[in-house]
Design a protein around this ligand. Structure first.
Ligand SMILES: NC(=O)c1ccc[n+]([C@@H]2O[C@H](COP(=O)([O-])OP(=O)(O)OC[C@H]3O[C@@H](n4cnc5c(N)ncnc54)[C@H](O)[C@@H]3O)[C@@H](O)[C@H]2O)c1
Length: 310
C-alpha cells in the first residue's frame, strides 16, 4: 500500500547509488523527500536516476501510487528542516561521516533520527562524530534498497529505533534489530561467511565459479528466499524438528565446519574469480545484468506477496 508516508518528511544525505534508491522508495510511499548532495553533478542527475527505481516500485504495487514530493537541494539546512528521519548515504569514510554528522547535529531538530546506511562501519565507530551519540542509529539496507526489503537497525535510544522502525515499515521494509553493535551487521556477515567458502571452493579447485553460483542459486538460495538458515534445519529434522536434526546430524555439521576454507584474495585467486564471472556473464554488460537481476527480484517479490509465508 502506498501513501502511508504522506505528510512525513525524510531527508536523504548523499544521492549516489543507495541515496537515490532510498529517495525513490520514500517518495513512492508518499513522503516529502529532500535530497542533499554536495556534488552538483549528483544533484543534477538525481531526478533522472530515480526514474528506474520509481518504475520498479510502480510495477510492484497494485494500487495507484500516492506519490510524495521531491526537493533536490544544495542547502543542508533546507534539506533537514522538518525531517523526522535523516537517511545518510555519504561515502564510506569515518572522517567524512563524522564531519557530516557534526554539521547535521548543529542544524537538525534534536528529536530527529539520524540513520546511517553504512555497510562496513559500526555504530561505535560513527558515534564519536556526534556530541549526543544517542541521536544516531545505523540503518543498513541491502542493495538495491527500494527492492530488497531488509533494513538492519542498531542504536542506543529505543525511542529513536521505534520511530525509525515505524517509518521503514510504512515504506514496506522489513526492519530487524541487532542486540549488539557488529561489523557487517547481520546480513553482510552471513554473506561474507558464504562468499568466503565460495572463494575457497574455487581457490582449492573443488569447482568453477559458474558451478558454485549455479549450486547456490538452484539449491540453498532458493530455499533461503523463503526460510532462514535455522528454520531450514528445523524442517530438516522431520517431526522432531531442529532438536532431532541436531541429535542426528549435528556431528556431521561440525565435521563440515572443520573443513571450511579460509582463502586469501591473492592475485591468482582474483584472476580466477574475474575470469569465472566473465564466463558466467557470457558477454552481458553490467547494465544488462542489473536489469535482469531487478526483473527477477520484482517477480520474486510479487510471488512472495501472493504465497503464504512459512
Ligand atoms: N553500494 C552498496 O551496495 C551499499 C549497500 C548498502 C549500504 N551502502 C552504504 O551506503 C553509503 C553510500 O554508498 P553508495 O554506494 O551509494 O556510494 P556512492 O559513491 O554511489 O554515493 C555517495 C554519494 O555521496 C556524495 N557525497 C560525497 N561527499 C559527501 C559528503 N561529504 N556528504 C554527503 N554526501 C557526500 C557523493 O556525491 C555521492 O553522490 C555508504 O555508507 C555505503 O557503505 C552501500
Amino acid at each position: 500500500m502506498t501513501g502511508r508516508l504522506n505528510g512525513r518528511r525524510v531527508a536523504i544525505l548523499g544521492g549516489g547509488l543507495i541515496g537515490v534508491s532510498w529517495a525513490a522508495l520514500f517518495y513512492h510511499h508518499g513522503a516529502d523527500v529532500t535530497l542533499w548532495d554536495p556534488s552538483e553533478t549528483a544533484r543534477a542527475d538525481a531526478n533522472a536516476r530515480m526514474q528506474k527505481p520509481l518504475a520498479h516500485l510502480a510495477t510492484l504495487d497494485d494500487d495507484s501510487a500516492t506519490l510524495g514530493h521531491l526537493n533536490i537541494t544544495a542547502d543542508l539546512a533546507q534539506a533537514l528542516d522538518g525531517a523526522e528521519l535523516i537517511q545518510e548515504n555519504a561515502p564510506e569514510s569515518i572522517p567524512l561521516k563524522h564531519d557530516l554528522f557534526a554539521q547535521v547535529e548543529a542544524l537538525a531538530d534534536p528529536s530527529t533520527v539520524i540513520a546511517s546506511s553504512t555497510s562496513a562501519l559500526t555504530w561505535s565507530e560513527l558515534a564519536p562524530g556526534l556530541a549526543d551519540p544517542s541521536r544516531l542509529i545505523t540503518a543498513h539496507p541491502f542493495n538495491p534498497p527500494h527492492l530488497v526489503p531488509l533494513v538492519e537497525l542498531y542504536g542506543v535510544d529505543p525511542d529513536r529505533l521505534d520511530r525509525a522502525e515505524q517509518i521503514y515499515l510504512a515504506a514496506d521494509r522489513v526492519p530487524v534489530r541487532l542486540r549488539k553493535d557488529a561489523t557487517g551487521h547481520i546480513a553482510n556477515r552471513l554473506a561474507s561467511a558464504l562468499w568466503r567458502e565460495a572463494v575457497h571452493l574455487v581457490a582449492d579447485g573443488i569447482a568453477d565459479v559458474e558451478d558454485v553460483d549455479a549450486a547456490l542459486v538452484n539449491g540453498p538460495g532458493l530455499r533461503w528466499s523463503v526460510l532462514g538458515a535455522h528454520m531450514a534445519y528445523h524442517l530438516g529434522g522431520g517431526d522432531g524438528g531442529l532438536a532431532a536434526y541436531l541429535a542426528h546430524l549435528g556431528p556431521s555439521q561440525e565435521r563440515r565446519w572443520s573443513t571450511l576454507g579460509n582463502p586469501t584474495l591473492s592475485s591468482d585467486v582474483q584472476a580466477q574469480l574475474v575470469a569465472g564471472v566473465s564466463r558466467e556473464a557470457a558477454g552481458r554488460d553490467i547494465a544488462t545484468l542489473e536489469n535482469a537481476r531487478d526483473a527477477a527480484l520484482i517477480a520474486a517479490l510479487k510471488a512472495r506477496k501472493s504465497a503464504p509465508g512459512v
